[in-house]
Design a protein around this ligand. Structure first.
Ligand SMILES: *[C@@H]1O[C@H](CO)[C@@H](O)[C@H](O)[C@H]1NC(C)=O
Ligand SMILES: *[C@@H]1O[C@H](CO)[C@@H](O)[C@H](O)[C@H]1NC(C)=O
Ligand SMILES: *[C@@H]1O[C@H](CO)[C@@H](O)[C@H](O)[C@H]1NC(C)=O
Ligand SMILES: *[C@@H]1O[C@H](CO)[C@@H](O)[C@H](O)[C@H]1NC(C)=O
Ligand SMILES: *[C@@H]1O[C@H](CO)[C@@H](O)[C@H](O)[C@H]1NC(C)=O
Length: 660
């Protein structure tokens, strides 16, 4: 009986159901409204579109709204009249005079007093302003077009006793504007104000964070967004937690990407100060991140809408953002193509860490992506400038992987040498690993790794992970470690690959590991640690667990799913304790070891490694060792293995001599 898939599916369904309804309010964060703002007729269960819940420390506070100047509302007096803000405070906040005018689309900071109101059951943070209905207005037009998303049709309907159909020019409406006060956790982290940022098209969380000096993780958390795919939409509010008052120098829009070839090389900017140069680079990097993420989001959506295009890998993906994505109509396909033309040029303009390839170069390197060049799935082998390279075609967001790999330089982490974007797909060009995937060496009959090779590979993987956990800043978790993501070079040295799920975990204070919560459970069956599956906890100990599973596969020569199935167990830990706790532990262990080793391994070391795996896959993440300890254990194991190998060779030579 193969119970494993059934059990995991059930667990996942439960997690999905729970994560959608419960998690949001418990943590004192505010759910992002998303596309719900357009669903005016509906009064669904989610109240998030009526306002931010009153879960802050104080019932009222100083807060900030943002507004983009439009022809009708483009002066200090007209904007403060529309939004009910104090015009002198508004002029100070934006460093303009009290009758100052803003350029169209200029972001204006609007200081307001935010407070909690409503009846006992439905309390929302809001700031009331009043508005006189004009010809052609509907609740949606008022909320979206006039107030640019600072209010929602649901909130307007809720707080004005006029049915939609009875709206008449001249009606006086109360317009609740979306603001919020910091929660306890935010206050403890030094957050003083929340700014209701109006998302514009092409904006991404990271860039908004850059502008206000706030990490994208903080914004993702404050708005309960998915950390893997933080998708945001124009004409919605995104809360930005601020430690200081926002300043007018944060309101200028990042300059749009050039439509003609990239800006002149740096030498021509010699007259500028070095600081301006830094801002310019930040701007361009931002623009790239922005475009690529928008492109990816669009590509992603359209793929999902095609429906038939099911994911082929064995990763399990559970995410509410996918649900939201699937109901959206495809748009802006043209924009995608136009912008993709610029993308390569822009990237090449600044990038020093990787090369940008033309699609034609990759085509000729791979005989037009012919099946004969296919390594596996969407990975192709190609000759580029006389060197072999692996070219991976990717459908989806690669920004994390590119960002991480551009910072990392380690012999046990695969090297990204170039990128290409074409026809809605990304192509990433990696160093070539001659011996392919570790998973093939575990699963395919006729391929065989010696004991010492296995220990060397394990040590390589552990060293690469230790580097990610302890020597990148901020520390990173790979999150999808498995034999299918480990590559072997011509000397059977291992390189960790596929960083699409990797994420950073900020380490605070000096003690212990930092945990991050996520609602987005992604990974591969059998490799995911229990605390992640059950509670969405992310820490470096996830990789330690997966590393234990990987070593188990190398020891037994079996896929982890088969280990579960054959052992007929629910918890991997039980397999090892059954093997190791017996009196004759050697005997049981030798039955457990990969038969293709034919007993050619030092039994003491096999026990040592099995004990190590046992600690890696402990249920309690805190009792698992960290990668640093594993590296030092495995270094010892490798030394002993090499000595054992030498002694075996000596014996072999001895017998051989004897026979001759
Ligand atoms: C907010 O409150 C302060 C003092 O409580 C007051 O001076 C200020 O005018 C208020 N601002 C608005 C926009 O009502
Ligand atoms: C805003 O308007 C609503 C609806 O009239 C009212 O219940 C609430 O008390 C007002 N809030 C504030 C802060 O004035
Ligand atoms: C919301 O308002 C903007 C600005 O007027 C407009 O361009 C956009 O189409 C509106 N959104 C919808 C869904 O109508
Ligand atoms: C918020 O704070 C509480 C208690 O201070 C803590 O238990 C909880 O984990 C915190 N949540 C987050 C997401 O930091
Ligand atoms: C923006 O203004 C604030 C205070 O007004 C100042 O501290 C900060 O250095 C300025 N930032 C830039 C990038 O000029």
């Amino acid at each position: 009986m193969n119970l494993f898939p059934m059990i995991t599916t059930t667990i996942f369904t439960l997690i999905m159901l729970c994560s959608m309804s419960v998690v949001v309010h418990v943590q004192g964060k505010q759910p992002y409204v998303g596309l719900a703002t357009t669903a005016c007729g509906q009064t669904g269960n989610s109240n998030s579109m009526r306002g931010y819940t009153c879960n802050g420390v104080n019932p009222s506070c100083q807060a900030y709204l943002t507004f983009r100047a439009q022809p009708l509302y483009n002066t200090v007096p007209s904007i403060s009249a529309l939004l009910g803000s104090d015009s002198s405070q508004l002029s100070v906040a934006n460093s303009v005079s009290e009758d100052g005018t803003f350029e169209t689309n200029k972001l204006v900071i609007v200081p307001i007093n935010c407070s909690c109101s409503g009846n006992n059951n439905n309390q929302y943070y809001q700031f009331n302003t009043s508005y006189e209905v004009e010809r052609g207005d509907s609740y949606f037009v008022i909320a979206n077009n006039t107030f640019e998303g600072l209010s929602t049709c649901q909130a307007l309907q809720d707080q004005n006793n006029i049915p939609e159909g009875d709206l008449m020019p001249g009606n006086e409406l109360i317009v609740p504007l979306r603001c919020a006060c910091p929660s306890k956790n935010q206050t403890e982290q030094g957050v003083k104000y929340l700014l209701s940022y109006l998302v514009a098209s092409n904006h991404i969380v990271w860039l908004i964070g850059e502008r206000f000096g706030v990490s994208s993780e903080t914004i993702v958390e404050a708005n309960t967004l998915s950390s893997q795919q933080p998708i945001i939409h124009p004409f919605t509010t995104l809360l930005v937690p601020l430690q200081d008052e926002p300043s007018s120098n944060q309101t200028s829009e990042p300059s749009p990407p050039p439509s003609t070839p990239p800006p002149p090389p740096l030498s021509s900017s010699s007259g500028r100060s070095s600081k301006t140069w830094v801002y310019a680079v930040v701007g361009v990097v931002g623009a790239i991140a922005l475009i690529s993420s928008v492109l990816c989001a669009i590509v992603f959506r359209t793929r999902y809408l095609k429906g038939g295009n099911k994911r082929k890998d064995d990763s399990l993906i559970v995410s509410d953002s996918f649900v939201a994505v699937a109901i959206e109509k495809p748009q802006e396909k043209k924009l995608e193509e136009e912008e993709s033309e610029n993308l390569a040029e822009i990237i090449s303009g600044i990038s020093e860490s990787f090369k940008v390839y033309r699609y034609e170069e990759l085509q000729s390197a791979t005989n037009g992506f012919s099946p004969s060049c296919c390594i596996k799935g969407s990975v192709y082998r190609g000759f580029i400038n006389g060197d072999l390279a692996a070219i991976k075609k990717i459908d989806g967001d690669v920004s994390k992987e590119i960002e991480l790999l551009s910072k990392v330089n380690h012999s046990n982490v695969i090297r990204l040498s170039g990128v290409c974007f074409n026809g809605g797909y990304w192509y990433l060009v990696y160093e070539y690993a001659a011996n392919g995937y570790l998973s093939d060496w575990i699963n395919i009959k006729g391929k065989f790794l010696s004991w010492t090779q296995r220990i060397q590979i394990a040590l390589d993987v552990a060293t690469g992970l230790d580097y990610l956990h302890s020597f990148t800043s901020p520390p990173h978790v790979h999150k999808d470690l498995k034999s299918g993501n480990i590559l072997l070079d011509s000397d059977f040295r291992a390189k960790i690959s596929n960083f699409r799920l990797a994420r950073s975990v900020e380490r605070e204070g000096s003690e212990g590991d930092q945990y991050v919560m996520t609602r987005h459970i992604v990974g591969t069956r059998g490799y995911m640690a229990p605390e992640y599956l059950e509670n969405g906890l992310v820490s470096t100990k996830l990789d330690v667990y997966a590393f234990g599973v990987l070593m188990l596969e190398m020891l037994t020569g079996k896929d982890v799913a088969d280990v579960y199935a054959e052992g007929n167990i629910a918890n991997l830990f039980d397999v090892l304790s059954a093997v190791l706790d017996e009196e004759g532990e050697h005997l049981r262990l030798s039955e457990f070891m990969d038969p293709s080793l034919k007993g050619n391994y030092p039994m003491e070391l096999a026990v040592f490694v099995a004990r190590m795996i046992e600690t890696c896959i402990k249920k309690d993440p805190a009792s698992r060792p960290d990668m640093h300890e594993i590296v030092s254990s495995l270094s010892k194991a490798l030394d002993s293995s090499l000595r054992w190998e030498t002694s075996m060779e000596r014996k072999f030579r001895f017998y051989k001599g004897f026979l001759n």
